[in-house]
Design a protein. Sequence first.
Length: 621
Amino acid sequence: MNYVLATYGALDNSHKLLKCNEPQVNLPRELEGLTDRPPGDISPGDIWWPSVGCGPVDDWWCIWWTTPELTATRAGMVRSEVALWPREQVGLVEDLSQVLAALSGKKTITLAPQNHLEIVANALLCTQGRPVIICNPLDIWPDIIVGIWRQLWPAARMDFSARLALIPPQSGATTNFPWIIATPSSRGQQWQQPFVRIDLSNPYVSVQISRAAKYIAGHQDPILSEVLQKIPPNDSDLMHLKQAARVADNIERLNIAGDFSDALALLRTLIVMAPTNTKGVKYKNVALSKLLTHLPSLSSDQVELLANIDLSAVPDSKILEDSLRSRLVDIVPILSTEKSIPFLTKLKLDKAQVWWQTNVKSVIQRGFDSLNEIWLRAAIRWLAIPEIESVINDFVKNDKDIESSLVRAANRERWSAPQLNQILKQAQKRKWSVLHAWCLVSSKLSVADAFIKQQAFTGDASPGLEYLIHNLPSDAVVKTIVKGADAGLCRLAARLTVQQPSLLRLIDVSKASNRLLWATHIQLGGEAWPKTLQSEDHGNKLLEVVISGKNSYNLVEAVGVNLVQVAVDNPRRKELWSNLSATELNNLLPLVAKQLIAAILGEPKNAVKSAFHASDIFFTS
């Protein structure tokens, strides 16, 4: 490609443009300073030439070769030959060696030793924008520029810059440094941070040379070359080359026996390099194919790694989503508490890619709606984790069917105190009475405390109270209830005594609530007078209730046959008959009469006593 050729040198004791092969071109004024002698004191015997520099200048890209002008009348003057290209075209220039040979006056330009190029390239890739200072014999400096240039892509060539300098820029000088700077070895120590200094006089210092650096140094790398061809960089950032090298590494590993991590690493890098689904398609399909191979056996940690993959940059991504959902069905409901927190936290806003969140949410919702046991157990475990409360609230509905199913599932898990407290909070918030009661039972509270806390439940406490009655120790439940005076609890307790009639022995008949429990027990079909009841205790107390005029809840009518003897023997029997209702009297009186008649006829020695009792009964009634 043709270029503009200009010469700068001594004119009127100044450094100025001497000639240009295209006089009509307006050359950048900045070139006068760039092509002058490098600033800094020069001692006799110092060799600073050839001072070769290059880089963008205004709308041009220039390269110059500067040497002392020995014929000038003024000491310290230099002569510079400059080649210029329009900046937007210079990227097409493949080789600078012939240009530099022409600028130098037919000096032969060869490539620098490859180990030198490797060290320079490696430093360039590792400095993150800081200029690389090369301390070396200056005779190979032009060769280094030529060597680096050959492997750069067009956009990088447009920005590539190099200078020879004797001293670091002074404080306050521009920070728009060139990519690489050459300085004589004797001046290397002057260059400190932020500059990165390498000494090519000792190029064999042990350093790990990256694949990308070897590529810049001229190593043949067909895979990396193809990657750069398929995904050409659109700017001068050398990070693109490092990414391309990672792609090449992963492709090689996948071609041998790569695993999930290699495939994912490849896809991640490709998405950064080619953020649309029309670029890098060949390699993205390779990564996708390998991911699909491993998806059926992925762990939850590995599935989580997919959460920040931008699938909009991946062609044919639907097949990945379908396969992922199948795997999610297997792993999500069995997540441990420790795994659940980071995994489900990614469902919060902006914590993961929307596609990943959508698929996970879909699988969870379908699982919960199915009321399948494995999902119910997952739901109750997640309700016990405060860190994901806001996430789970979107899935678990507040209906009774789910509540009862969750209680059954909860009984199949082991719980810590903090977990139970969190479930208790959820139960209170959702007004789940039974789950609330389950928490109280599982918390190993005393029976009395459990009933107190359940009665304080903000909602319908009854379902939970019934749960307590049937899931706490029966004796303790009845003892606790009969000590109080809560009629509602007594009615509920009757359902328990129907199943276990012997528990009636614990009632205190003198208490109205206890009599209600007994009466309800009978109404529900329970055994009216279990063997554990004692006539002398329960019977006499019941008669005392009647005699005192209190509500007996029609118990005399129900258990009259068991009251005959205590009615006969009761010292206040005269008062008894007058306080019985007609129904109770008609029920109990014949039984007592029959008992007395049998006693008179069967035991003559007790006839007088029995007759006396009979007179009390018959004359009173």
